[in-house]
Design a protein around this ligand. Structure first.
Ligand SMILES: C[S@@+](CC[C@H](N)C(=O)[O-])C[C@H]1O[C@@H](n2cnc3c(N)ncnc32)[C@H](O)[C@@H]1O
Length: 566
């Protein structure tokens, strides 16, 4: 690592060394933080751009989605939600970028660029203009780690970087296409300074940029801030990052003490160890967290979590289930789970062909049988397979009532195990999904259409006997409670939940139920409120969840002997 000026540490943190792994740096808390609390907010990123395909559906400056957008009249490639964003983008980067997109259109007849190529081009523009923050981070001896030697040794990744560097330089007009081709033919690219600098910038982007998942639309893009880039990885992280437009918030996922290193996860930390190691290859280190060194599965990692108790206020308030899961590890080894995951992962589910998608999902379900036998509902790839079927019911086939038991199953058997803190965004979204599904099934029930549409007697029986509106209201109260602890007020699912709650509260004849649920939400220990929640919400949710495996097996199994042994 080059000795370089350190980025400024946000308030309540300092940049420290990273004992145990060389001379790297880390972010250390200088005070304690409560679970969900904001550790630091990062505005003014060096890079904040939508994905290539998202360039036409996302404001290219503030990254807002689902708003009216107007295209830049110059390049017609970028779009903006208003004149203010367009002006800000023009001033910061687009004045030069606009010419680049005109070249892209002339040379390739395209109006977008792959994300890494555009991100690199933006950094090169800023460096060329002598922008101080970009120079401090990406310039010679700049502050960001790039793992350049490691990347060079990976011929496939390095080959991709070379192509991306060539594209950015050519489209920026910094290198003629013929010059690049000629140098590539002679094998002389390594001695071209411009080219090398571009490849090194790509290494830094790859090492430090976040895949900015857009909260509601699942669109991603790139976000890079030199301060946020100081945070190291752990597969048992104590913090997480949320994005809202051009802002990132680093929040505590667990109680953090003064002097603790703050660590987030760069990858999905709930997949098996070999898959995690594969995903971390791009970062050039081997993770030394307990999940990795002891090869803990999701249940074992959950048992060690300091925030299990928070689940007392959740869809799955039975804490004993998290403390003492009834899995049977004797029937499948960690190595066998790795094999199942690898085989499962090699079978890609096509997005646009529903019939083929179901065929692949059936194959994948077969692979999951040993996990079903071991009652390892939360061990991948079992939950992801159920999730695929749930999405197919909910989106592709519009069979919400069949998706509902699967959503309840995932929310009670899987989500609290993989993300123990109930304020994690994916958990809140899962609860919100149940609320939305219940509002639809309640409507069908009220119109007497449920039994006509769904021949599954058990399901219809549970739903018609349940107070679906109270169940829905309870879900919304959970969403509002946890989103206010772990997310911003602007967060899409929170705003949606507040609106739905207002609608439900305005319905006539629900005063008693609403008052009991309000009591329970204010104090989950309140005897009357809790008894109501248990009987009217938890029990039917569990009854629905208990149907899930039968539904999945019926749809995907085709095996006469039922796998369900619950
Ligand atoms: C985003 S940077 C984090 C800050 C970095 N330590 C630095 O000094 O710039 C990512 C890089 O930090 C290092 N790193 C992050 N987490 C690590 C860990 N748990 N063990 C070893 N190295 C880690 C790796 O080199 C990784 O590519």
């Amino acid at each position: 690592m080059a000795a370089a000026a350190l980025p400024t540490a946000p308030e309540s943190t300092r940049i420290g060394g990273a004992p145990g792994f060389g001379d790297g740096r880390s972010l250390i808390a200088t005070r304690s933080f409560k679970p969900g609390e904001v550790i630091a907010t990062f505005n003014d990123p060096l890079l904040a751009l939508p994905d290539g395909p998202g360039m036409r559906t996302t404001c290219n400056f503030c990254l807002a989605v689902e708003v009216p957008l107007k295209a830049c009249t110059g390049c017609k490639a970028t779009v903006y939600c208003g004149a203010q964003c367009q002006r800000a983008h023009w001033k910061s980067i687009h004045k030069t970028e606009c010419k680049m997109f005109k070249r892209v259109r002339e040379q390739s007849n395209k109006d977008w660029l792959p994300t890494p190529v555009r991100a690199l081009a933006q950094v090169l523009i800023l460096l060329e203009a002598g922008e101080p923050n970009a120079t401090a981070a990406f310039g010679d001896g700049g502050s960001l780690e790039g793992n350049v030697d490691g990347f060079r040794q990976d011929s496939q990744v390095w080959g991709d970087f070379q192509l991306q560097a060539a594209a950015a330089l050519v489209y920026l007009g910094m290198m003629a296409s013929e010059e690049w081709q000629e140098k590539a033919r002679r094998g002389a690219l390594d001695s071209d300074e411009k080219f090398q600098r571009a490849c090194e910038v790509l290494c830094k982007i790859q090492t430090n940029a976040f895949n900015r998942l857009d909260q509601d639309t699942a669109l991603s893009g790139i976000f890079l801030h030199p301060g946020l880039a100081m945070v190291n990885h752990s597969c048992m992280p104590n913090a997480f990052v949320g994005f809202d437009k051009r802002t990132a918030q680093l929040r505590a996922g667990e109680p953090i003490d003064e002097g603790d290193e703050i660590r987030i996860s760069y990858i999905d930390y709930t997949i098996p160890r070999n898959a995690r190691r594969e995903a971390l290859k791009l970062y050039h280190f081997e993770c030394g967290c307990p999940r990795c060194t002891l090869d803990l599965d999701v249940y074992q990692a959950c048992q060690r979590s300091p925030v299990i108790d928070l689940n007392a206020f959740s869809v799955q308030p039975d804490l004993q289930k998290l403390r003492d899961p009834r899995v049977d590890r004797s029937s499948i080894s960690a190595a066998e789970i790795e094999t199942v995951y690898k085989q499962w992962n090699s079978q890609k589910v096509p997005a646009s062909d529903e019939v083929e998608a179901m065929r692949v999902t059936r194959e994948q379900w077969k692979l999951c049988k040993p996990l079903v036998e071991a009652r390892m509902w939360a061990v991948e790839p079992l939950p992801s397979t159920i999730l695929q079927l749930m999405q197919s019911y909910a989106v592709g086939r519009n069979q919400i009532a069949y998706a509902l038991p699967l959503a309840c199953f995932l929310q009670t058997e899987y989500e609290p195990v993989r993300y123990v803190a109930p304020f994690m965004p994916w958990r809140i979204k899962g609860v919100m999904l149940i609320a939305t599904m219940l509002s639809e099934t309640a409507y069908l029930t009220a119109r007497g259409e449920l039994a006509k549409t769904y021949p599954h007697k058990g399901l219809v029986n549970i739903l018609t006997k349940s107070d679906q509106l109270s169940m829905c209201e309870a879900m919304l109260r959970l969403v509002v409670h946890w989103a206010r602890i772990g997310q911003t007020e602007q967060w899409g699912p929170l705003r949606e939940a507040v609106e739905m709650l207002r609608d439900i509260e305005s319905l006539e004849g629900r005063a008693r139920e609403s008052s009991l649920l309000r009591k329970w939400a204010k104090n989950p220990e309140d005897f009357e409120g809790r008894a109501f929640f248990q009987a009217v919400v938890v029990e039917p949710i569990n009854a629905l969840a208990a149907l899930a495996l039968e539904i999945v097996e019926g749809e995907l199994g085709g095996d006469e002997r039922s796998l369900v042994r619950r």
